[in-house]
Design a protein around this ligand. Sequence first.
Ligand SMILES: Cc1cc2nc3c(=O)[nH]c(=O)nc-3n(C[C@H](O)[C@H](O)[C@H](O)COP(=O)(O)O)c2cc1C
Length: 387
Amino acid sequence: MAIHSETIQMDIYQRGDKPAKLLPVSFDEWENQAKEILAAAPFGYVYGAAGAGDTHRANVDAFQNYRIRPRVCCDITKRDLSISMFGTKLPVPFLLAPIGVNTILHPDGELAPAKAAAKLGVPYILSNVSSVSMEQVAEVMGDSVRWFQLYPPKDHELTKSFLKRAEASGFKAIVVTVDSTLLGWRETDLRHAYLPFLTGHGMGNYFSDPIFCSKLEEAPDKNVKAAALKALEEGNNTCFTWRELDFIREHTRLPLLMKGITHPDDAILAMEHGVDGIIVSNHGGRQLDGAVATLDVLPSIRESIQGKIPIIMDSGIRRGADILKAIALGATAVLVGRPYAYAMAVAGELGVEEVIKHLVAETELQLAISGRSSIQDVDQSLLMKVK
Ligand SMILES: Cc1cc2nc3c(=O)[nH]c(=O)nc-3n(C[C@H](O)[C@H](O)[C@H](O)COP(=O)(O)O)c2cc1C
């Protein structure tokens, strides 16, 4: 579906008394409404971060170090937000980030963002720890672009099984998340004694996997907790090294991306080990408290990558200006995380659709009002560093 800024704006202005009028517009409103709707523990699971939350805050604050300097008297009648990645044209420079355990937010789980993304033509990255299996997600997405995120299991047979299933269900790239081979110190979840996996949330891909199930003493429906603990043990892959990445590289023909890189030397190593793209991310500040903000490291990563492979960036993307700033500093595209998670909690599929539409409209307007007509024209000259 083609979506344009003025159409989206006018649609919202003319809602009159329709129920959709009551839906939030800004990130803060979505977050506040999600807080009202959800119980404290699931809200805290999304909101919470590692330790003191310093990195979570730094991710967002980093965008204030730059200001957009517009040019005027440019023809901005036609605007183009499209980009190309791995031979596929994408309508906008953002994708939905992998976010797991969606059934704690909405009964539809991952089907809500999957359907919204498919409807609007925005790629969706399905989390390894989705509550709904990858085959069910594929079924509702038809031919729409989807990637699969892998928390590399310790077990090679399980790794191969996940990769094979993702390929067979039409996922077009594999994203290996490497910043979470251990769960960060998340005080909100500890305070609530809340780890949703233990009650079966987020286990859709594990509990439907024949290799995984063959290694259990009791089937998941007989002993959910034991099965979930086994899955978490697979994910706590503390001996994951570059050699293990080579194993994944050897076992998939799909484009391979590494998510969780913030050091330029790791970006170079990733390229040497054959990845097709990197995702500069600190998991939204959920893993290493005190870690650098992702926007701050983008320029050095761009320097090390030298345009050889796409750089995707996440952690702190809340609105159109953020997307433009990240692209100006070297990102090809960004991932949107918490904004759509909150929207899903508030209004399911419709909420995610709204967030996507608002981001498209705002990004396109920002681009045009800054004097550019194509996202390809966005470079460092768009920005002034003010701090
Ligand atoms: C509730 C929640 C669950 C997440 N689950 C996953 C996951 O399963 N896999 C993954 O690679 N990243 C996961 N992430 C990290 C996101 O992919 C993304 O890096 C992060 O949300 C970016 O930060 P932001 O949302 O503050 O912009 C999760 C993030 C949140 C908030």
